[in-house]
Design a binder for this molecule. Structure first.
Ligand SMILES: Cc1cc2nc3c(=O)[nH]c(=O)nc-3n(C[C@H](O)[C@H](O)[C@H](O)COP(=O)(O)O)c2cc1C
Length: 180
């Protein structure tokens, strides 16, 4: 089914629900042009600096970190129910350093229309983003309750703010994400 451009904040409810569980797929290319995806459970969509922005958090230990540092682009892909299981398994535990997750999950990498990052063709909602700012999470400025929960091993996230250059949805996106 063909994807159509959508307003960046359309389908906000279902995208945030899916981010919470089972997660969304963050797409990027490595320096050699290999497409990679990883599961994210934290992030937000909003307006910052007067532009539509996806904010995502990536730990330096992730291969995705190296990819986004190189390309300064990423995609956010909302999985349909039939592929959502990969968020908890392959895409949320295996690294693109060791495995081609697209091949492993039988997913198709498609070059995003306007940025240097791969879209997951099977996902009914996708966003393409250009990094406009990034910053480390600073432990000495973080609430203790978060520090002790999310950062027991350090590996402080880098926060990426990506200008949303395109947001696209298939007509039956909501049904496919909910699996009905
Ligand atoms: C539900 C779920 C949510 C996750 N959310 C994040 C996240 O927001 N940021 C992050 O850095 N890692 C997150 N992870 C971990 C990465 O997806 C995982 O380490 C992945 O294997 C990294 O792949 P890569 O090395 O190819 O980048 C999450 C994992 C799961 C299962």
């Amino acid at each position: 089914m063909a994807r159509r451009k959508m307003n960046f904040n359309a389908n906000f409810d279902i995208v945030m629900e899916t981010l919470n569980s089972p997660g969304l797929l963050l797409g990027s290319y490595d320096a050699a042009g290999k497409a990679n995806i990883m599961t994210i459970g934290w992030g937000s969509i909003g307006t910052i600096w007067g532009i539509p922005v996806w904010t995502v958090l990536v730990r330096p230990s992730r291969y995705t970190y190296r990819c986004i540092e190189h390309s300064a682009c990423f995609t956010v892909n909302v999985p349909s129910e039939d592929i959502a299981g990969y968020c908890a398994t392959t895409c949320g535990s295996r690294s693109g350093r060791d495995v081609d997750k697209f091949a492993e999950c039988n997913l198709t990498a498609e070059r995003a229309p306007s940025v240097l990052a791969p879209i997951v063709a099977e996902c009914p909602i996708v966003y393409e983003c250009q990094v406009v700012h990034s910053s480390e999470v600073l432990p000495d400025r973080l609430a203790d309750e978060i520090l002790s929960g999310a950062y027991v091993d350090g590996d402080y996230h880098r926060v990426y703010w990506g200008k949303i250059l395109g947001a696209y949805a298939e007509a039956d996106a909501r049904e496919r994400i909910r699996g009905r």
